[in-house]
Design a protein around this ligand. Structure first.
Ligand code: TYM
Length: 326
């Protein structure tokens, strides 16, 4: 059975973008692949974030995974920092990665831009991510388009290692959903919907109150044309809402255009709000059950044991290939 793996950072309540870009896909494919889903807490400390409560956020993220439909019987769920082999392997991979290629990463360029004091961890972030993926021989990695370049460098690193030391790693492939590859900010639809956005009106979080979600969608920036038509360049706001509607209903973009061809933006936005609120309300009810229950501890205990065993075996194999003293 092919393997699939992804991780999300516990840097606050996840957004509609995280849900559509990563979690929904994990849910969709969990019957087809052996699945690994983790909390990327080591990545969360690459940028200064003084008010982040890692313990609480980690537990909350796991509760959200479960509430979104991630089945713990089909997924191995774990916390990155509870498995030291990721960081151990990352060091070895760093010694097989070039400064030049890491300098070209879009995320690094964006997050370090104009700053003098960014961390070395921000720079080597993609190598740790490569380690997360290839330590489990993952075949597929569901991510939003913003992380595609990082999966590509993971491939390059794995290919390079295999060439130098002999076949060791599976070469992973990203899975990027057709709709919702990049969910945009509702207020400024030319930029990505992001947890760290300054204007929270542009960002829907999975635990926002239903009324807040509805208001945010109703106030989303559109254009003056009054035509529900997909055109990312000239109509980024409407195109974003079409993507969201399409991800929640499973309809194609042209089916959505056809359905709303005679509607005004108010009617369309209300329909988008209805489908989003109805799905997120169900998630929120389940979230409250999981966060107050005891299941999470047991799930993480099992996930930790299993993934440490897998990761250790791969790490030992890597050390043998390189020829370290045993
Ligand atoms: P994070 O927490 O920043 O993002 C988690 C996932 O959400 C996707 N995403 C989006 N998708 C669509 N539209 C958006 N607006 C949007 N915003 C975020 C991201 O692409 C990502 O899939 N580096 C990873 C965490 C990670 C990881 C890994 C992922 C660490 N190791 C190994 C896969 C495999 C990240 O960006 O997390």
């Amino acid at each position: 059975m092919k393997r699939m793996l992804t991780g999300l950072q516990p840097t606050g309540v996840i957004t509609l973008g995280n849900y559509i870009g990563a979690i929904k896909q994990m849910v969709k494919y969990q019957d087809e692949y052996e699945s690994f889903l983790f909390v990327a807490d080591l990545h969360a400390i690459t940028v200064p974030n003084s008010n982040i409560n890692l313990k609480e956020n980690t537990r909350s993220l796991i509760a959200l995974y479960l509430a979104c439909g991630i089945d713990p019987k089909k997924n191995t769920i774990f916390v990155q920092s509870q498995n030291e082999y990721h960081a151990n392997l990352s060091w070895i991979l760093e010694c097989n990665t070039y400064f030049g290629e890491l300098s070209r990463m879009h995320q690094f360029k964006e997050k370090s831009k104009g700053k003098e004091n960014f961390t070395a961890g921000l720079f080597t972030y993609p190598v740790l991510m490569a380690s997360d993926i290839i330590i489990y021989d993952a075949d597929y990695v569901p991510v939003g388009i913003d992380q595609k370049q990082h999966v590509e460098i993971a491939r390059d690193i794995a290919i390079r290692f295999n060439k130098k030391y002999g076949d060791t790693f599976i070469i992973p492939e990203p899975i990027i959903s057709e709709t919702g590859t990049k969910i945009m900010d509702l207020i400024d639809p030319t930029k990505k919907m992001s947890k760290s956005s300054e204007n929270q009106n542009g960002v829907i979080r999975l635990l926002d109150e239903p009324e807040t979600i509805r208001k945010k969608i109703m106030r989303a920036t559109t254009d003056s044309e009054m035509l529900v038509k997909f055109d990312e360049e000239n109509k980024p706001g409407i195109s974003n809402l079409i993507n969201i509607y399409s991800s929640f209903t499973g309809k194609t973009v042209s089916e959505v255009e056809e359905q709303f061809k005679d509607s005004n933006y108010g009617t369309f936005k209300k329909a988008v709000a209805d489908v989003v609120v109805s799905e997120l309300e169900k998630i929120q009810i389940k979230y409250n059950e999981y966060i107050n229950g005891t299941e999470i501890d047991q799930i993480l205990k099992e996930g930790r044991e299993k993934t440490r065993m897998y990761a250790k075996a791969k790490y030992d194999a890597v050390k043998r290939k390189i020829g370290f003293y045993e």
